[in-house]
Write a protein that binds this ligand. Structure first.
Ligand SMILES: Cc1cc2nc3c(=O)[nH]c(=O)nc-3n(C[C@H](O)[C@H](O)[C@H](O)COP(=O)(O)OP(=O)(O)OC[C@H]3O[C@@H](n4cnc5c(N)ncnc54)[C@H](O)[C@@H]3O)c2cc1C
Length: 389
């Protein structure tokens, strides 16, 4: 068994670390205070991402991506995700299902997205459809040679950055025909209904978007009618591993900050790390991070080796569950070690603690991950998780 990272893996991680520390960290405070970045700063950041050669790192080189394997994407995101304000999302990762487009769709949507000239947002969730995507009420109905889309989407992450949306609808209102459409943000009938505030102050917004009689050509349909859920599931697998990498990076930054502070801070005439209660918190953080990293890198390596997609689906849920719950515990302990300073918004640990809360909710809540894991155990046996294949 060889668990070493290759020279290339390490070089990618080092590049991402430098980008996070030199470009993203200096923007954190501005992002926190303004709940995002002004347009000029966003444009400047796009140029810096283009120069960094990290943009589109989840896609192959032949469509303009960086050609990183899944393990390399993990180590890259782990470093970027140490930045607060969700600034990691400035290094774009165009939606996975765009790979399944026709040549014309790849040229129109995926290539420019990898280059940083276009950006998408994914719209599945609705007022009545959260964990249960089959409850989606948005519809596409054929009229003449085109399709007319109606519906309301919620929590559309990156709506402020996007110039097109991947919209999940039911063809003719038929639950058996989930279908994806590529809808331009400035298309007639697309309206931003509301931009609510969330717990984090972030680079992106999560808008509510209305689609009112939006007329789409057949060339705007991604895949076939009925294929929408399968395409979306591909997205879930990748984003669940991405989330796990993010939780890992955030936990490491918080633990490092706590460790440094524990040496710096003196109370009762001693460094606080010399109090066993504090030392135990540092130890627990280290062990939790080590366990999660081992799990995530293993699955990342397995995917990069071409393991059976069903196992990937099963294990991605376990990794997402573990990592997102772990980061909550670790950032909470790190904040505790920092005492009152850890509760100040100007402190990155406070922001990580607050921002990481959503990782247990989006892309399938912790409860839904347990439902998936339970279902996989029932279908395939415990060995999917307890074995080593
Ligand atoms: C900041 C943010 C950004 C988001 N970005 C996007 C986005 O870009 N695009 C998009 O489409 N969506 C997005 N979402 C939506 C997100 O994916 C949903 O919030 C999530 O899937 C949960 O759906 P819900 O909020 O409707 O909760 P619900 O599904 O209503 O769940 C409420 C509670 O019930 C539990 N529950 C539900 N079903 C079960 C079950 N079968 N077994 C056990 N417990 C269950 C849940 O775990 C949860 O605790 C975002 C959400 C947030 C908060």
């Amino acid at each position: 068994m060889d668990l070493t990272l290759t020279k290339d893996d390490k070089a990618i991680a080092a590049r991402a670390k430098t980008f996070a520390e030199t470009v993203l960290f200096p923007l954190e405070q501005e992002c926190e205070e303004n709940d995002g970045l002004p347009t000029q700063a966003r444009k400047a950041l796009i140029r810096q991402v283009q120069e960094s050669k990290l943009g589109g790192y989840n896609h192959e080189k032949d469509v303009g991506g960086q050609g990183f394997n899944v393990l390399q994407q993990i180590v890259c995101h782990e470093e970027l995700a140490k930045a607060t304000g969700c600034l990691w999302s400035s290094v774009w990762r165009p939606a996975v299902p765009l790979r399944s487009g026709t040549k014309q769709q790849i040229d129109t949507y995926l290539r420019p997205s990898c280059a940083g000239d276009r950006r998408s947002a994914y719209a599945i969730t609705e007022p009545g459809a959260g964990s249960d995507a089959s409850a989606v009420a948005s519809t596409a109905v054929k009229r003449g040679g085109n399709y007319v889309i109606n519906g309301e989407k919620w929590f559309v992450t990156g709506a402020n950055l996007a110039d097109f949306f991947l919209v999940h609808v039911h063809m003719d209102g038929d639950v058996k025909k989930p279908t994806l459409f590529l809808v331009e943000a400035d298309q007639k009938g697309v309206e931003v209904k509301r931009v609510p505030k969330f717990t984090h102050n972030a680079y992106f917004t999560h808008a509510e978007i209305l689609f009112k009689n939006v007329e789409c050509t057949p060339s705007q349909m991604l895949g076939e009618p009925g294929q929408g859920l399968d395409l979306t599931k591909e997205w879930f697998i990748e984003t669940r591993l991405e989330i796990a990498s993010r939780c890992l990076g955030a936990a490491i930054r918080a633990a490092e900050a706590a460790n440094a502070y524990a040496s710096e801070r003196v109370q009762f005439g001693k460094q606080i790390r010399d109090f066993q209660a504090v030392e135990a918190m540092l130890a627990d953080m280290a062990v939790e991070i080590m366990a999660t990293k081992a799990m995530l890198y293993r699955v990342g390596w397995e995917v990069s080796q071409g393991i059976d997609a069903k196992l990937v689906h099963a294990r991605a849920s376990a990794v997402k569950l573990q990592a997102s719950e772990m980061v909550g515990r670790v950032t909470d302990k790190a904040l505790q070690v920092l005492g009152g300073r850890g509760y100040m918004r100007e402190n990155p640990v406070e922001r990580l603690w607050r921002e990481m809360r959503v990782e247990r909710i989006w892309e399938g809540t912790s409860e839904i991950q347990r439902v998936i894991i339970g279902g996989q155990i029932k279908k395939r046996g415990m060995g999917v998780y307890t074995g080593w294949v």
